[in-house]
Design a protein around this ligand. Structure first.
Ligand code: PEP
Ligand code: MN
Length: 363
């Protein structure tokens, strides 16, 4: 008896659900039509006054048992879903998203490409200190058949009393080295007004972790026609990182390399915490190449090799690491740069490891 009663009530509930379903979709169709009219008129889709009126009418006509607030909350959800329906899906998907462009972006840099599946390397000193100092690293790269040299000319330092970099002189040194050793050079730019000038000296412009949300700098990077290496902010979420890349892309520069360089956590055994799973997440969510900076993420020489192996194994498009001919006297990041001997061993061990070897086509 009791069960019959329940079955009848449930049947009624099922019918009401179907009525609600039909009504919500009917409402959705009306909203889509309204969206088209608004688009023609050029009016905004979201109209807070109209929403307020609708919520008031709902409260005024409510006969219970639900309270006004509960119903307004439910209707607000329906309104939100309706607004989303009005937005064209293509329009919503970010330019840097895989949804927008399923195939990988491959970036050509002088004699090299990043993003085509074969891992690439960016090595060089933390700071360009002199021609000689940088040239020693360049020679070591050339010897290994490597193509990409890094070196900071404008250094964003925690203390204003620390070495700030050689500025434009540093860029000039890099250009000379690029020409002499047939390398592509990469350096960080920190001011929007330096972006165009930098493009004359550099093959890739780096935006550092501290500037990942410097939106004017991102816009300036979007206006130059040079590949940009964008580092993840040390306290930035993956979504914020992707949106920073979108700033660059939205201005027409689609040659963007993302670089995971560790984030701040409670852990202090390493300089930062390498967020290794950011790599496959970024690869899934965007079509951009993703590199891992093992120097700034770990801050420890003993971890450079295992971190680099892990990065390649998990799908990174390349590795960045700092190399200095005499790290003990380096003007920045003295504790974590590799000297040339360590660099040789690092490069030999990494490229003979399966994480690298398995991704390089057989000769
Ligand atoms: C750098 O690569 O020189 C640098 C300063 O790194 P980050 O911006 O990741 O700290
Ligand atoms: Mn450094």
């Amino acid at each position: 008896m009791m069960n019959d009663e329940l079955a009848v009530l449930r049947k009624k509930l099922d019918d009401v659900n179907l009525d609600l379903l039909a009504l919500i979709n009917e409402r959705g169709k009306l909203v889509q039509e309204i969206g088209k009219v608004k688009e023609k008129q050029g009016t905004k889709r979201f109209d807070p006054v109209r929403e307020r009126d609708m919520l008031n009418v709902i409260a005024d006509n409510n006969q219970g048992p639900f309270q006004d607030g509960t119903l307004q909350h439910l209707f607000k959800e329906i309104f939100k879903a309706s607004l989303e329906l009005q937005e064209d899906d293509m329009h919503k998907a970010l330019l840097v998203s895989r949804q927008r462009k399923p195939e990988n972006t491959v970036i050509k840099i002088k004699n090299t490409s990043i993003g085509n599946g074969v891992p690439q390397f960016i090595f060089g000193p933390c700071s360009v200190e002199s021609y000689q100092q940088t040239a020693k690293v360049a020679a070591s790269l050339q010897e290994k058949g490597l193509n990409l040299l890094r070196g900071g000319a404008y250094k964003p330092r925690t203390s204003p009393y620390d070495f700030q970099g050689l500025g434009e002189e540093g860029l000039r040194i890099l250009k000379k080295i690029a020409d002499t050793y047939d390398l592509a050079v990469i350096s960080e730019i920190v001011a929007p007004e330096d972006m165009e000038k930098a493009a004359d000296y550099l093959d890739v412009i780096q935006i550092g972790a501290r500037n990942m949300q410097n939106f004017e700098l991102l816009k300036a990077a979007g206006d130059v026609r040079k590949p940009i290496l964008l580092k993840r902010g040390m306290s930035s979420t993956i979504s914020e990182f992707i949106h920073a890349a979108e700033y660059i892309s939205s201005r027409g520069n689609n040659d963007i390399i993302l670089c995971e360089r560790g984030i701040r956590t409670f852990e202090n055994a390493t300089r930062n915490t390498l967020d290794i799973t950011a790599v496959p997440i970024l690869k899934q969510e965007t079509h951009l190449p993703v590199m891992v900076d093992v120097t700034h993420s770990t801050g420890r020489r003993d971890l450079l090799l295992p971190a680099a192996k892990a990065a390649l194994a998990i799908g990174a498009d390349g590795i960045m690491a700092e190399v200095h001919p005499d790290p003990a006297v380096a003007l920045s990041d003295a504790a974590q740069q590799m000297d040339l001997g360590r660099f040789d061993a690092f490069y030999r061990d990494l490229t003979s490891h399966s994480s690298y070897a398995s991704r390089v086509p057989a000769e």
